[in-house]
Design a binder for this molecule. Structure first.
Ligand code: ADP
Ligand code: MG
Length: 352
């Protein structure tokens, strides 16, 4: 490994820049591959591309600022999934007003005790709304990371399938856990509490569950932060919004924001400085952050597999085009362009 890369690795670790860490790992893998060290290259590459930025929490992995927290066991392990958040708000591309609102949540949470001593309640119930792939789930990770708290993802799917008929009572267990231990709890795809997908759930039960959720949320005690996220704000009753301390709306990324995500991911690659950015951004127009991030990873993987000495505009553009071809956003746009009346019947799918 060249000294430069070693320094890059150290720097990205110290700065908590996981994206850069990953990019440098891929560079090291490429170097090793070029030297004929195929096994080493493959092992590093596997580590660098392993899953999303989510790793299971274990006591040995806890960062120094993490609060020790037991992994849910027994019944709770069906209801809550514990994940170690690895990205912070500084790793996210966010419009300034949204960033400052999220930073305020973190600040208030950090001063929980002082605010409580003066009879004030920090923000602790957030609703995140917006199209898929724009960073709602990532925000829950980032906020937990910046607070040094573990993140628990509430398994709404299990609540509705495994515990069908006793969903409301299981939800009470979840809220008990929320009140007992300080952490960030994410109700992702929150609209599934409201939408009876494909009509497979009893409407009366759904209503009961939602009512219980709102009562639990109203009566929430303890220091935890509850984050609900939804791709389908139109499915949510506006009356529900006022139960949250903050409702934050995410938007599809602008060209500048897409450029920032792509550059952030590709910046460590040889040849990145020579890329034809206007052409790349033109091709990426309409993609979500998530799709762009995946296209960038695809391009880096292609470079490794093909053992290219540097990244080229063609490789990046081809990766983006491939992602565009399967992007629901872009397909919806195409349909709308062909038929302006189609808007009512087409609804963007999930990608994030
Ligand atoms: N605002 C953002 N800044 C940087 N990367 C982002 C952002 N939003 C999404 N991404 C990338 O896309 C991936 C998926 O985003 P996610 O948070 O799951 O979207 P959502 O929950 O809104 O559907 C993230 O893991 C990250 O790589
Ligand atoms: Mg999500």
């Amino acid at each position: 490994m060249v000294a430069r890369q070693l320094i890059d690795l150290f720097r990205s670790h110290v700065e908590g820049n996981d994206e850069r860490f990953r990019t440098t790992m891929l560079q090291v893998a490429a170097n090793e591959a070029r030297k004929g060290h195929v096994n080493v290259a493959q092992e590093i590459q596997k580590l660098a591309t392993r899953g999303p930025q989510i790793v299971r929490h274990s006591t040995s992995q806890q960062g120094s600022n993490s609060v020790p927290f037991g992994r849910p066991d027994g019944e709770m392990s069906d209801l809550l999934e514990m994940v170690e958040p690895l990205v912070g708000l500084k790793n996210m591309v966010l419009p300034a007003p949204l960033r400052s609102r999220l930073e305020r949540v973190v600040r208030e949470q950090k001063h929980f005790s002082r605010l409580r001593e003066h009879g004030l309640m920090p923000r602790r119930r957030l609703l995140l709304l917006g199209p898929p792939g724009c960073g709602k789930t990532m925000t829950a990770h980032a906020v937990a990371h910046d607070l040094g708290l573990p993140l628990f993802v509430v398994r709404l799917d299990a609540l509705f399938t495994k515990f069908l008929g006793e969903t409301a009572s299981k939800l009470r267990l979840v809220f008990n856990a929320i009140e007992q231990q300080r952490a960030v709890f994410l109700f992702d795809e929150f609209d599934s509490l409201v939408l009876s997908r494909g009509g497979q759930h009893d409407v009366a039960e759904m209503r009961r569950v939602l009512n219980s959720f709102l009562v639990f949320l109203d009566q929430l005690r303890g220091h935890s932060l509850v984050i609900a996220a939804s791709n389908h704000p139109e499915a949510l009753d506006a009356a529900l919004f006022r139960r949250f301390d903050d409702v934050l709306t995410y938007h599809a990324p602008s060209q500048d924001e897409l450029a920032e995500v792509l550059r952030g991911r590709l910046c460590g690659q040889a040849g990145a400085e020579k890329l034809d950015w206007p052409q790349i951004l033109k091709t990426a127009d309409g993609l979500s952050f998530a799709e762009c991030a995946r296209a960038a990873d695809d391009a880096m993987k292609e470079r490794l597999i093909e053992e290219l000495p540097c990244l080229t505009t063609d490789v990046v553009v081809a990766a983006i085009k491939e992602r565009s071809a399967s992007s629901p956003n872009i397909q919806v746009k195409r349909v709308l362009r062909k038929s302006p009346n189609a808007k009512k019947t087409v609804r963007s799918g999930k990608t994030g």
